[in-house]
Design a protein around this ligand. Structure first.
Ligand code: 4LM
Length: 403
């Protein structure tokens, strides 16, 4: 959290991987609004296809604006290479379809974003891929789930929506010792500003750029960062042939624009989330607050070690349970009732019936997603105004019970 690291991050987020000299001095990377690119000769086209010559082919594979975003993200994440996608799910699907074959095993944490959970636990088994689940907050329980057939280990930290924090270094070391698996971390909640999984031993980082990295609620996008050879394999199989989930040049431009203010925005999200988490934890109607910046969080020490700050997301449960929670959500005025996260606008949603409705009720119990859990994405509005809204909605949630 020192000042020079912050400055260095912001400088790279604003200037990284873009040379104005090649673009007539344009301050911002131009939007290359073209689906295809001309070859000077048949031989040049063939050489680009075979990989012998660099250069553009077709925007599903690469595009100069998208390439600038990929290179800038790689620089920020400390990766050899990056690959952008049309959504976070596009990135995750391209990763798993490239790496996994029938007979392979995927090991995932208990808690994943609802659609990642559905892909792993409901879809992949239909294609002969065995999916194992473990509680990654207890790395000692992972050993029995890892073996020669484990090809990929995938987890989020902090996990959506219950904010469990996973020790990346411990899990990566164990996975590499006991299996040939690649370790992939979905770092969407953190962005490279708060957490650097590759430096802690992970092989791949995935992001939904839709969230904090774009930050303005106007783009759906994803990315994957890792070693050059792996990224190229996923580009030419997962992205080009399996999912086709490419990012549009306009959306790449918007994400590059959002990236410029990422550090500033994250500082504000984190500061406000910490204040709100503390006030919620002290409120008599609240049973439990899940925020890694609180001393009471079970992985508070790991958060302090692994994250620059504890992030802008939190979730909580009310003493009066689900019905009070629904009344609370309906009473909000400044918070927007919506899924997604990381926008300027504060958002509130009910995971069990919304983002995590892909889990069966039995799975939600087994995977530690409480029916009454409420998730907040703390935006960039004034923190006191946000608290006023929450405080009033908490009173409204409780009031109905007594009448
Ligand atoms: C949400 N999340 O939680 P795209 N990884 C994580 C996520 O939270 C998400 C994705 C990947 C939510 C969306 C509605 C940790 C999404 C998927 O939405 O495909 O960019 O990212 O509210």
């Amino acid at each position: 959290m020192n000042a020079s690291a912050l400055e260095d991050f912001s400088t790279r987020a604003i200037h990284g991987a873009y040379d104005r000299a090649g673009h007539q001095g344009a301050l911002n990377p131009p939007i290359y609004w073209s689906s295809t690119f001309a070859f000077d000769s048949a031989a040049q086209g063939a050489a680009r296809f075979s990989g012998e010559a660099a250069g553009m082919i077709y925007t599903r594979v690469t595009n100069p604006t998208v390439q600038t975003l990929e290179a800038r993200l790689a620089e920020l994440e400390g990766a050899e290479a990056g690959l952008a996608f049309g959504s976070g799910m596009g990135a995750i699907a391209s990763l798993v379809w490239t790496l996994l074959r029938p007979g392979d095993e995927l090991l995932v944490d208990l808690t994943l974003y609802g659609c990642t959970h559905a892909l792993a636990n409901h879809v992949l088994p239909q294609f002969g891929i065995a999916v194992r689940t473990a509680d990654f907050t207890r790395p000692e329980t992972l050993a029995e789930q890892l073996g020669d057939r484990t090809r990929l280990v995938l987890f989020e930290t902090p996990a959506n929506p219950n904010m469990r924090v996973i020790d990346i270094e411990a899990v990566a070391a164990l996975a590499h010792r006991l299996s040939p698996a690649l370790v992939a971390v979905d770092s969407t909640y953190c962005t490279p500003y708060l957490q650097q999984p590759l430096a802690l031993g992970a092989d791949v980082v995935v992001h939904s750029l839709t969230k904090y990295i774009n930050g303005h609620g106007d783009v759906i996008a994803g990315a994957l960062l890792g070693r050059e050879v792996l990224v190229q394999q996923i580009r030419m199989q997962g992205l080009k042939e399996l999912t086709g989930a490419c990012l549009s040049p306009m959306d790449a431009f918007l994400v590059l624009r959002g990236l410029k203010t990422l550090a500033l925005r994250m500082d504000r999200h984190c500061q406000s989330a910490q204040r709100i988490a503390e006030r919620l934890a002290a409120h008599p109607a609240v049973a439990q607050v899940h925020y890694p910046g609180l001393d009471s969080h079970p992985q508070h020490a790991i958060c302090r070690r692994q994250m620059r700050q504890p992030g802008g997301m939190l979730s909580f449960e009310l003493k009066d349970g689900l019905e009070a929670g629904i009344r609370f959500i309906d009473a909000l005025r400044l918070f927007t009732r919506a899924v997604s996260l990381g926008d300027a606008e504060s958002l509130a949603q009910h995971p069990a019936s919304m983002t995590h409705s892909t889990y069966t009720p039995e799975e939600r119990i087994a995977h530690q997603i409480a029916e009454g859990l409420i998730r907040l994405s703390i935006g960039l509005e004034d923190a006191d105004a946000l608290w006023e809204d929450l405080d009033r909605a908490l009173a409204a949630g409780a009031a109905r019970l007594t009448t």
